[in-house]
Design a protein around this ligand. Structure first.
Ligand code: HEC
Ligand code: HEC
Ligand code: HEC
Ligand code: HEC
Length: 226
């Protein structure tokens, strides 16, 4: 984790924040220049080490994607944190032999799949209830949020902002290069697997079907080029 944090800091300080952020950078080189021992990191691209980017929370996405946000709010995944609290979803908890009175919202074994980016840069951390700022930040990362599927947003939202302002066309690959994920079944199976007490081992995840039930409504993109 320490190395990862160092890489993020180096990547940020070497590229500068703002519109230049999206330019492809090789953080390993940045580290070498300082003479520090940085583990080899692949160039940003599809399927890369996402620890280069940090989680920003749903609210940031809402600003530009109100429709998707509104529709997402109605999905069960948006509410995935609430159900962990004591007393909620009694029947399901009994069915899965969970303790109805236990506060699973503080249990790391559960929140890793019921929050955004748990344990990763910018992601969910259980806040100290006295620390109001930490509580506010954590609230924005509760449930299965935008970045659980789309990937940590710190760098690609900067590019989207520039795309929005310049009104130019874009190719999605340029966003994939800075942390936006190309979504397929593997994104879902990271959580929808047998490690979850509610997943029945005999009932494999049906991506095509559940993609329709579970995500959010889709709206046409105007600036994207095929
Ligand atoms: C590996 C990821 C993962 C872990 C770990 C995990 N969950 Fe979940 N949980 C899920 C997924 C995915 C679903 C949705 C399953 C479905 O309906 O197919 C779910 C659903 C649930 C539900 C059912 C909600 C409903 O009303 O249908 C409850 C309750 C729940 N989880 C509680 C817990 C608790 C308590 C823990 C910790 C002991 C936990 N989960 C750990 C991924 C996880
Ligand atoms: C970060 C973990 C995580 C990821 C990634 C994730 N899910 Fe979920 N999903 C959950 C949890 C937790 C629930 C249970 C929410 C609840 O019941 O309140 C859930 C619930 C659902 C449900 C509603 C439950 C049902 O049986 O109808 C659907 C559908 C679903 N997910 C589809 C998907 C699809 C499709 C993907 C990938 C594109 C995906 N999920 C990715 C954690 C995740
Ligand atoms: C459970 C996974 C999941 C979650 C959570 C999720 N999305 Fe998506 N989103 C998808 C999938 C799948 C697509 C279809 C495009 C694709 O396959 O890459 C998509 C498409 C989009 C698109 C393209 C236009 C459209 O409407 O299809 C936008 C914009 C978007 N999502 C924004 C968001 C925002 C904002 C949030 C949070 C409020 C969010 N998404 C939450 C899975 C998810
Ligand atoms: C400053 C505004 C802005 C913010 C903030 C923003 N986006 Fe976008 N996003 C855009 C624009 C503009 C497009 C392209 C829309 C179009 O073509 O009509 C886009 C497109 C997308 C697409 C579709 C990509 C494709 O071509 O398949 C996804 C997915 C997406 N955004 C997810 C997110 C998520 C998740 C967040 C939060 C982490 C986010 N966006 C934050 C402006 C923004």
């Amino acid at each position: 984790m320490r190395f990862r944090a160092a890489i993020v800091v180096l990547a940020v300080s070497f590229t500068g924040i703002g519109l230049e952020f999206w330019r492809p950078v090789a953080p390993a080189v940045a580290g070498d220049e300082l003479g520090t021992a940085v583990p080899v990191v692949t160039l940003p691209g599809v399927g890369d080490d996402e620890s280069l980017y940090s989680y920003v929370g749903n609210k940031k996405c809402k600003k530009c994607h109100i429709k998707q946000h509104k529709s997402w709010e109605k999905t069960r995944m948006a509410n995935a944190f609430e159900i962990l609290k004591p007393g909620n979803n009694k029947e399901k908890k009994q069915e899965f032999k969970l303790d109805v009175e236990k506060d699973y919202a503080k249990d790391e074994e559960c929140i890793k799949c019921h929050t955004v980016g748990f344990g990763k840069p910018g992601g969910y951390i259980t806040p100290d209830p006295e620390d109001k700022k930490a509580v506010r930040k954590a609230t924005k990362l509760e449930g299965v949020g935008c970045e659980c599927c789309h990937g940590p947003g710190s760098a690609y939202i900067e590019v989207f902002e520039e795309i929005l302002k310049s009104k130019r066309k874009y190719k999605v690959e340029e966003l994939y290069a800075v942390g936006l994920r190309k979504i397929d079944e593997t994104v879902c199976i990271a959580c929808h697997n047998e490690e979850s007490p509610s997943v029945n081992p005999g009932d494999p995840f049906d991506y095509e079907k559940r993609k329709v039930d579970g995500i959010h409504e889709h709206y046409p993109l105007k600036q994207r080029e095929e």
